[in-house]
Design a binder for this molecule. Sequence first.
Ligand SMILES: [Zn+2]
Length: 233
Amino acid sequence: MDKAVFKKSLNHFLFPQFCISCRKELSIPGIPFCATCENKIKKEYIPEEHGDFFSGLRDSESGHEIFYHNLISFYLYRKTARDLFKEAKFHNHSGCRNYLLQKTRHRWANLCPGSVLITLESSHPFLKKYARSISRIFDCESESPFYKKNRRIKAKTRNAASRYGIVQDNLFLKKNFRIPPDRNIILLDDVTTTGATLNYAARLLTEKGASPEKITAITLFIRENRIQRIPRQ
Ligand SMILES: [Zn+2]
């Protein structure tokens, strides 16, 4: 047996690794999913943007005007993708973050040139690290100008109107933040539930002079109930 192969299999014997979703032992260590779950997450991937041209429209659920131009999401927040998200975010699993980066990076190639990447505030380092990698790969300026008054306030309700109210009282833009002129803005969040946070964040940017036409909202994961609510033209 080849020395490297032997070392690998010995390592695997001593430190077996498990699929992050079904918890079965992995035949190839170092990847997050077994073959079955890898097939499952492929079905949860959203290959094309599912909506377009929201500016000027109203969110059918919350009644608020939508302040971003379009919304792009990469994964449905279903079982396997949800496991990936939770490992990457709450357990700061670098393998899962790298997997996500690898599976989504080609989507950024057209978005990044001439854009500034603005990341939503999060108490977990996951989104910041992901955004930093994207901005480094595509040489795209990145900012994180939002802050929360009270980090412990969590929007437990799924009701869009009340979530918007909670976000409105809690999310702020740093006073010294200036909108970069003549740039497209990519507003990035990890997961969208009702769209309230993204929309309110976009609204804060427009109050500082950004044009909604230039704001693209990107979420890595989207809950399916949200997709049905999105108004279409
Ligand atoms: Zn599995």
